[in-house]
Design a protein around this ligand. Sequence first.
Ligand SMILES: Cc1ncc(COP(=O)(O)O)c(C=O)c1O
Length: 380
Amino acid sequence: MADSNPQLHPDTVAVAAGRPDRLGAPVNHGITLASSFASGAGPEYARGDSTDTWIALEEAVGALEGGRALAFSSGMAAISAVLDQLPAGANVVAPADVYQGVAKILSDGEQRYGWQVLRLPTADTQQWLDALPGADLVWLESPSNPTLEIADVPKICAAANRAGVPVAVDNTFATPLNQRPLESGAMFSVQSATKFIGGHSDLLSGIVTVSTTLPHSADAHAGVDSRRTFGGATPGALESYLALRGLRTLPLRLERSQSNAMTLARRLEQHRQVTRVRYPGLPSHPGHELANEILGGPGAMLSFELKGSATGADVRVSRLKLITPATSLGGVETLIERRNKLTGQEHVPPTLLRLSVGVEHVEDLWNDLEQSLSGLSDNT
Ligand SMILES: Cc1ncc(COP(=O)(O)O)c(C=O)c1O
């Protein structure tokens, strides 16, 4: 089986892991539509015992991330199951610029459970190291959404391990192909599989992969598993099937999307309407060297800021013909969003546009961006 063979490349693992392994079995696990199983030979009830369809997805993602995966009904369900482990009064260190769903859980935790949340700039490694003594959990998100900052995940994890502090990494933007936090010493790697793993904007799914090597990792896995059983945020059968089907082509999609993103980032940086491009693949990005060192690739997400007003940015977005203005990311189709207009994203520069770069022909994407950006006065 692929997941027991450490020699295979990740691209192969994405294709081969989580397949049925008995002779005569279909090559794909089916969509098991059952809440109950005939008693006496193992699984009894799906909420606690899982179904073949989720287990296949978990095997494949677990093999890529390098740990034991648990699938959930969404990325937020997966994130909640990790954060639910925190006791009242817990000390949490988290990015100041974090996905807004996580920001909401953390601020609710401050109000309801007396959590002490220290919010730090993603890229200021020293501040993270200084914050470790007394922390109960370090939450990282890298590259960050939507400012594409890079955290030094290996360095922070190494120091956190020495201090006995568990680290959770939201690995959604990087995917397990570009970053494997568990290998660096994180306890949890979290994916919104809604995004790159699913890859087609047609499902909601989330996955927590738990270390198998750290002290207390078995307890950490049991805790997250228990939250799924008793919180009930179990994955859907169809969604799990589709997420696994999407994962099979992640290496190909990511390769194309990354190459498109690099070309667009370079051209946007030269465009007279653009004041700043944030993309870890550009030498102008403050985390460029670190990204080269610790990531497998710069990813398919980029953000850029425009001259003029927020209204002008909205007008330009409305002139796009191919690229769809929509939230979310990681699909085959290119999506654009002015993030500052979302609740909880008021700190984001008003004209910042986040681009989730898809697999279309890059010249078609560029032509669409160019025609929407040009042809209006610079100060619109
Ligand atoms: C970085 C990141 N983490 C987590 C989530 C939450 O995932 P979901 O929407 O699948 O619940 C999102 C969703 O946009 C995200 O962008």
